[in-house]
Design a protein around this ligand. Structure first.
Ligand SMILES: C[S@@+](CC[C@H](N)C(=O)[O-])C[C@H]1O[C@@H](n2cnc3c(N)ncnc32)[C@H](O)[C@@H]1O
Length: 437
């Protein structure tokens, strides 16, 4: 099948059914010839990345609006525009291949429309460029509500956040320090033809010059390396785990941080919990590949009465469900799928998880709260509200060379030091007073 037609099959699921690229793309990618997979991924991610701009241009180019249900034709038109502005496909090939895809998708009636719209786009390039100046959604390729939030939370930094969100993400590996040193793996990569650089300040992180299929990397199947952004690699060190400790990874799937914790200290009594039993299977796969193990539980972190054995934990990692607004460059469909009303609901879920898990922390223990959000409602404001309501919770300030201190916790913005947008805050419970003291 024509790659553009395959991209339509993915994009109609995103545009029409609200499914994520992470769900919709892999099955179609697997049915696509290996040589076409890069272009398929590029078209799907690219259209989502620039959706708010391309859609506005399309509205301007169409003499009459398309029927709302014509998701396939709309996706094809967006794919056509994306190719014209962002890919090095010659204009005539971009137009003819997109028209051919309409025929393959049994939409022959749309062939003439697609041809006319794409040719008009080339003719009216200047007019379409001017649209970006007058319309902030089109100009930034961000939905209005998110843009307003970014401006409010980051009055000086929002343009850099927008630019980072619209950039292609770096491809970062975590070297399993139990297996080999980062520099040794870098040399192995070089032998295999991959150029990589160490990420300063993150001892296990390597930034590859070009993205690649992780499964083809040296030692990947044997657990020498994992794909994980450097910002996510900060969690394990922040938790400061020690041999023999009981550790709860409370929102564990797909197991990126679970694996890293066990690479840092294999002698842990580690419980990996996730509310989604299906996703918990991915933790099992991750740990099997890394040749390590943990106790896996499917359960709601906010309702420990359903699954907790009553023995407290020395360390708890809460990598909370969040808006993922710090990783938009990796998941550009977030801009289409997330709604403003989600943010308050997520903040409430985050609060409920912290409240639910707090009694499980041993006095003297530490809890690390993390999100891949840049919205303060999910980050320092959640921690501020929790500290105000929980008299035995104390913040341990994170002193670090990365990110910036907020009134509570520390924030990395996307693109800073190559990293994803991430938030970390540390909470501890004072040791219990000695009897009679
Ligand atoms: C940000 S992801 C975790 C990523 C993971 N820590 C890693 O590093 O690979 C958040 C996870 O929280 C899970 N989750 C959401 N609500 C939950 C709840 N109430 N209890 C437990 N897990 C939950 C989701 O299923 C999702 O897998």
């Amino acid at each position: 099948m024509n790659v553009r037609a395959s991209a339509v099959q993915v994009l109609v699921q995103v545009l029409g059914e609200g499914r994520s690229l992470a769900t919709a793309l892999p099955p179609i990618l697997n049915r696509t010839a290996v040589r076409d997979r890069g272009l398929l991924r590029e078209l799907c991610h690219g259209v989502c990345r620039w959706y708010f701009r391309l859609q506005r241009q399309l509205d301007r180019l169409l003499a009459r609006p398309l029927a709302v249900t014509e998701y396939g034709v709309r996706a094809l038109l967006l794919i056509g525009l994306y190719q014209l502005w962002h890919l090095r496909v010659p204009d005539h090939a971009a137009v003819s291949e997109t028209v051919a895809a309409a025929r393959q998708l049994r939409k022959p009636w749309a062939a003439g429309l697609i041809n006319a719209v794409l040719r008009a786009a080339l003719r009216r390039k200047q007019e379409l460029a001017a649209l970006l100046e007058s319309d902030s959604e089109a100009g930034t390729a961000h939905p209005r509500w998110l843009l307003a939030r970014l401006r409010q939370d980051w009055p000086d930094d929002w343009p850099a956040i927008v630019a980072a969100n619209n950039s292609r993400p770096p491809f970062v590996l975590r070297v399993n320090s139990r297996r080999l040193a980062r520099e040794d793996y870098r040399l192995r990569l070089a032998e295999a033809g991959h150029s990589a650089d160490a990420v300063p300040g993150v001892p296990t992180a390597l930034l590859l010059a070009e993205p690649t299929d992780a499964a083809t990397l040296p030692g990947f199947a044997e657990g020498w390396v994992s794909v994980q952004d450097a910002a996510a690699q900060l969690a394990a060190a922040l938790l400061e785990v020690r041999p023999g400790q009981r550790v709860l990874d409370a929102c564990a799937a797909p197991g990126g941080k679970t694996g890293h914790l066990l690479e840092c200290e294999p002698n842990l009594q580690l419980t990996a919990l996730d509310g989604d039993a299906g996703r918990l299977e991915r933790v099992r796969d991750t740990l099997r590949r890394l040749r390590t193990d943990a106790r896996l539980i499917a359960g709601d972190a906010a309702r420990p009465a359903d699954w907790w054995d009553g023995i407290p934990f020395d360390r708890i990692l809460v990598d909370a469900p969040c808006s993922a607004t710090g990783v938009i460059r990796r998941h550009p469909d977030i801009k289409l799928l997330r709604r403003e009303s989600d943010i308050a609901a997520l903040a409430e879920q985050q609060r409920a998880i912290l409240v639910g898990l707090w009694p499980l922390l041993r006095p003297g223990g530490r809890l690390l709260y993390a999100t891949c959000s840049v919205l303060r409602q999910e980050n320092d404001r959640v921690i501020a509200a929790f500290l105000a309501a929980q008299p035995d919770a104390v913040e341990w300030p994170i002193a670090a060379g990365w990110g910036r201190a907020l009134p509570h916790g520390r924030q990395l913005l996307p693109g800073e030091a190559t990293m994803d947008g991430f938030y970390y805050a540390g909470l501890s419970k004072p040791p219990a007073a000695a009897p009679g003291a």
